[in-house]
Design a binder for this molecule. Structure first.
Ligand code: MN
Length: 426
């Protein structure tokens, strides 16, 4: 389905007066504080986040999966869903595919469909954490780190095939996340596993076109519960350095042990020019993949403050590839993604409001109280009128969630696709 412009405009009309009053009030205040409001709104509108194809269906846990009606049953329908999100939010201008779940059959048709929604293809994801039908070897005991050379070969070849598929769609980067690790002490030799992983990644890197980037994701535990081969940012950073200058670390917010200082990790990686990709989600306990900003919005703001500092001060770091990596078992996946997109832009807007000059001065004076006040003043600002303005300027919805419901998007999808469709993926 496509969101019709006229329909969206008529839904927007209802709240327009109130929005304009709220925007004028905030813009006056910010302008008096020396903020260039127009530039700020432009930065917000430009901030685009990729939607992973696997977030469009209801997720599941190891205990069960409860389907959400009208889920996309094909790659084309997944692209349509991201198109709906982008039409409403104007913040989801890219899609991130997963192979083999999303292997296209008709490349030209898939590209045309994405272009029709104004979408590009961002980082493509390989999968060596599941056995695929008909595969000669099993990843039960590892993939890129496997003891058996034939298993490693199969996993490397899969990644090379993913690069080839991504290349045909216009993708320019590969994200590798490994489930490799052990569940019991003594199960494998740490040094051999790491050496073999490095060797495998170097072979994948060597097979990438010259304008591609490799993102190496890390995660401390799960599905293995004693050790993970790429357990933390340091291991990822070391492997990226071993591969070459177009290999980078990818930070996934949920892939840290409780209370990790993620903003400091982000800061260090950007200083070293090695923050390549970023996956948004939120968590209470572990890799919970909850809606962005639903649990720890202040931590998200602090992370964004470091991202903004890095984007302004670290030309050695490329623009990170932004992606939402969340899944939900109880919400409408599209509504969940709208909430995540809103939380991301909200945190970004607040981070842009941090008065960096005054902060540097307060830091130099060891005025700890003022340092905290400067951060919290930005955090406490209700930036929603700015986000609304950024969306309206690009033809999006004033209130994306409200519009989604008023336009009856889910009902239309159910009518078009049927009730009991199940999205491919987890
Ligand atoms: Mn991730």
């Amino acid at each position: 389905m496509h969101i019709q412009k006229d329909a969206l405009q008529s839904v927007n009309t209802a709240g327009l007066d109130r929005h304009e009053a709220e925007f004028a009030f905030l813009a006056d205040r910010l302008t008096a504080d020396g903020v260039d409001v127009e530039a700020l709104v432009g930065d917000l509108a430009d901030f685009q986040v990729a939607i992973p194809s696997w977030a469009l269906g209801a997720g599941g846990t190891r205990f069960g999966r409860f389907s959400f009606h009208g889920e996309p049953g094909s790659l084309e329908q997944k692209i349509d869903d991201v198109g709906v999100l982008h039409a409403l939010t104007r913040a989801a201008g890219a899609v991130s595919l997963h192979i083999p779940w999303d292997t296209p059959t008709d490349y030209a048709a898939v590209k045309e469909r994405a272009a029709g929604h104004g979408l590009s293809f961002d980082a493509i994801n390989s999968n060596t954490f599941q056995d695929q039908a008909g595969a000669a070897r099993s990843y039960k005991h590892g993939s890129l780190s496997a003891t058996d050379e034939a298993v490693r070969r199969q996993a490397i070849d899969h990644n090379l095939e993913v690069i080839e598929i991504g290349g045909r769609l216009g993708s320019k980067s590969l994200t590798v996340w490994l489930a490799d690790g052990t569940t019991f002490p003594g199960q494998r030799n740490f040094q051999r596993s790491l050496t073999q992983t490095e060797d495998s990644l170097r072979q994948i890197y060597a097979g990438m076109p010259a304008d591609w980037k490799l993102y190496i994701e890390y995660k401390p535990y799960e599905p293995n519960f004693y050790s993970t081969v790429i357990q933390d940012w340091g291991t990822s950073f070391m492997l990226a350095n071993a591969c070459g200058e177009r290999a980078y670390t990818l930070v996934d917010l949920g892939h840290h042990l409780p209370n990790s200082n993620i903003e400091q990790i982000v800061s260090t990686l950007m200083l070293k020019g090695k923050l390549g990709g970023f996956h948004f989600n939120d968590s209470k306990y572990g890799d919970d993949d909850l809606t962005v900003g639903s649990i720890k919005p202040y931590a998200l703001f602090l992370i964004f403050t470091e991202l903004v500092f890095g984007m302004r001060n670290n030309p050695q770091n490329p623009d990170p590839a932004w992606m939402i990596d969340a899944s939900h078992n109880v919400k409408d996946p599209l509504e969940d993604l709208v909430q995540s997109l809103e939380a991301i832009r909200e945190a970004y807007a607040k981070a842009l409001l941090v008065d960096q000059e005054s902060l540097a001065a307060a830091q130099a004076d060891h005025d700890v109280v003022t340092c905290q006040e400067l951060l919290q003043d930005a955090y406490r600002t209700d930036v929603r009128p700015l986000l609304q303005c950024a969306r309206l300027n690009r033809g999006g919805a004033l209130h994306p969630l409200r519009a989604y419901r008023q336009l009856g998007v889910r009902e239309t999808l159910i009518r078009e696709r049927g009730k009991n469709t199940v999205a491919t993926g987890l």
